[in-house]
Design a binder for this molecule. Structure first.
Ligand code: GLN
Length: 315
């Protein structure tokens, strides 16, 4: 793993990557199946790195909030593990799916147990776990407050229009939830679990806020600046392992191959990347590739990782 004394290059590397991405015309396509996301300007690009020694380095539109969508699944997984621990693994698997994020095909063969917590079906089960003993609005409030705590920023809010837009068009997610309910793997009404799910996907954050929120994962479960312990070291490693193997859906292998660090993407075009022991990274470019992952975001992280010699496989 790279030593901290190579850090002065980081500012320059981020600026170079952002300048190169600004020039590119092959930006992918913004998600339109959630109509509200289809309104976002594909020309946006932001990137943030927060090092474990506390430096915050930004380039491009790094302070503009965007819809974090499935990146939020890292935070709901963390909360659900805190709530029920390893019992979670009776209801959700931890294998890459090799299928699109909203696929239904495996659920029948696997008796309503989603392959992993990051595909939609898995995250809907996690919303159901977080609902236990709560009204949906309380569960949503708990998730939002957790994200605000991680980012040390209580200005972070849920974009109600995005949540409503997704609910209005979320027929596939309703299908997934109803199907899992038929196997007994949702304990609440599908409508309620989906209410929680749509709202946490609609959290709006900037690259700066997202990178700060990911710091505990880059530092063995503890925020290195505040000293707040979020999860155990073992749990932080395991969440990182799931991000590496499942964080980009059927593009997870390619992201690991090209970038070499754990990452979690969302259809809003954001990616949270973790360089264990070194830094938490966030990138945003709304245009997506064929797997529904940020096209330029993945390319930017690949370039940055190469420039900085960052890889979990680096000697
Ligand atoms: N809210 C989105 C959906 O359910 C999340 C998908 C994603 O970000 N990959 O379709």
């Amino acid at each position: 793993m790279v030593e901290i004394d190579t850090m002065p290059e980081l500012e320059q590397a981020l600026a170079e990557v952002a300048a190169e991405m600004a020039e590119r015309t092959d930006r992918g396509s913004v998600a339109t199946y959630i109509p509200q996301l289809g309104k976002v300007d594909p020309g946006k690009f932001g990137i943030a790195a927060v090092t474990n020694d506390g430096r915050v380095i930004l380039a491009g539109d790094a302070d503009q909030p965007f819809s974090i969508q499935s990146v939020s699944k890292v935070f709901t997984l963390t909360l659900a593990l805190g709530k029920i621990g390893d019992a979670l693994w009776h209801r959700v698997g931890r294998e890459p799916s090799g299928n699109p994020f909203n696929s239904i095909v495996q659920l029948e063969h696997e008796n309503g147990i989603p392959r992993n917590p990051f595909i939609n079906a898995g995250a809907i089960v996690i919303s159901d776990v977080l609902l236990a003993g709560h009204q949906p609005r309380e569960a949503i409030g708990e998730i939002l407050r957790f994200v605000q705590f991680l980012a040390d920023d209580d200005t972070i809010v849920i974009d109600r229009e995005v949540a409503a837009s997704e609910r209005a068009t979320g027929h596939r997610n309703f299908a997934l939830a109803n199907y899992m309910k038929s196997f007994g793997n949702l304990h609440h009404e599908p409508e309620l679990a989906l209410g929680v799910y749509f709202h946490h996907c609609a959290i709006g954050m900037s690259c700066r806020q997202l990178a700060i929120a990911g710091r505990f994962l880059a530092n063995g479960g503890r925020n290195p600046t505040t000293g707040h312990s979020v999860v155990s070291t073992e749990r932080a490693r395991r969440i990182g392992a799931l991000m590496l193997t499942c964080g980009h859906y059927d593009g997870s292998g390619d992201f690991a191959f090209r970038v070499g660090i754990p990452g979690k993407s969302g259809v809003g075009g954001g990616i949270l990347g973790i360089v264990p022991g070194v830094a938490s990274l966030a990138v945003w470019s709304p245009g997506l590739n064929e797997n529904g992952n940020s096209k330029l975001g993945s390319i930017a992280l690949e370039k940055l990782a190469r420039m900085m010699n960052w890889s979990i496989f680096a000697p």
